[in-house]
Design a protein. Sequence first.
Length: 311
Amino acid sequence: MAGASSVRLYNGDVQILDGTKVRAEILAGLKPRIANLKRPPGLAVVLVGHNPASEIYVRGKIKACGELGIFSEKLTPPESITTEELLDVIDELNHRPDIDGILVQMPLPKQVDSRRVLESIAPDKDCDGFHPVNVGHLVAGRRAPRACTPAGIMEMLKYYQIPLAGRRAVVVGRSDIVGKPMALMLLQENATVTICHSRTVDIEEECRRADILVAAIGRPGFVTRDFIAPGAIVIDVGQNRIEDRALAERFGKAAEFDKKGSALVGDVNPIDAMHCAGAYTPVPGGVGPLTIAMLMSNTVQLAEKHQAVNE
Ligand code: GUN
């Protein structure tokens, strides 16, 4: 393994990739499409129980709907709900003509079979792009709802005109929500793609080969300068809240910690990214703003499809 001292630093300027700018452009593009529809797009959000992080995410999704003129309905079944009861809730939403997208916020309580629930959503109302039919469409390169976070990253790369064809992309993390669909989307754009995970041998070396490095592991500051080729494009998907001041200080977030009692850190050490990367998505303000924007985009796309089918 290379020690930090053997890693070359990048001497050019690092470009900060600003997710709020890309989000604004995505949302501006949706407004005329929504205005052209005969009725507002409709999104149902199912939030089971009281997971505090999920409650924050769902609030953001509902707020974005309100700002865009998308009808939203929040359903809040109790933590004790059974799989069968939740399947009934989804079945009713599947049949509602005013609902174009159904989002079941993850994670679900332990007693619920998440896979069965996600597979029960009609594929043409699957605004998260998690249904196996839509994952299959992604594999086949067809137009269909796509997982929001990686789809947002693709919009970001396009916005900043970062070329992908023939370039080496390394995705760290193999989750169904981010890592796997991310790898497929990069492949679709003709990148040479590697997926790294917990069993990868010499992960630093794999990552140092990347022109484009996507970190989606859920471990604060896991990607250090040992992982980053000088000038690489570094995309940080992590959103980790840390409650240890020493750790916050290591990531240059002591001031934030002292103000709030915790700090938000991505999967990439931000100080190392600023020294080594050619471009970098900060946390917060990088990838985060794009996920909800792409949820809105998927919902509008589904509403357009439903209108076209009914014409
Ligand atoms: N939990 C964390 N991220 C997501 C997401 O993108 N969609 C849903 N439904 N749940 C999540």
